[in-house]
Design a protein. Structure first.
Length: 139
């Protein structure tokens, strides 16, 4: 039952307890209790708004892999997290130490972000960029 509740909330975090109860076929009180427990156990970390970058004027979305000097990893990571253009940051055990998502108005702006901002951070060794052509699935 918890997964059904979570699936409903993932599709629309504003879904009422009453509607969830009808979908799951339990009482509203049960739904309230289940959601409270999921929040207390940190299964549900919060509720957010999902944005469409194109409708906000960001025509270029890129996944960027960063190779970083290990001694400067925290410095680089903290600087990256502060950038408005960076929408998502994760550490990785793969080819790159940091993976980030960058939104830009156009290719020229993305180029400036990569070279004048990210590439100039002390400790960044390599910037590897892949443009997102089409998002196939989202949470």
């Amino acid at each position: 039952m918890n997964m059904r509740i979570i699936d409903i909330l993932r599709k629309n975090g504003r879904t009422s307890f009453t509607h969830i109860a009808e979908e799951v076929k339990v009482s509203e009180a049960t739904v309230r209790k289940r959601i409270k427990v999921l929040e207390e156990k940190k299964v549900i970390l919060g509720y957010t708004v999902v944005l469409d970058p194109l409708k906000m004027g960001y025509n270029v979305v890129a996944i960027v892999g960063l190779d970083v000097d290990p001694k400067k990893f925290l410095f680089v990571s903290n600087n990256i997290k502060e950038m408005d253009e960076v929408r998502w940051v994760a550490t990785s055990t793969g080819e790159h130490m940091l993976l980030i998502e960058v939104w830009a108005e156009d290719g020229q702006r993305l180029s400036r972000i990569l070279t004048e901002k990210i590439g100039k951070i002390d400790g960044v060794r390599k910037v590897d960029t892949s443009l997102i052509l089409e998002k196939q699935k989202s949470f």
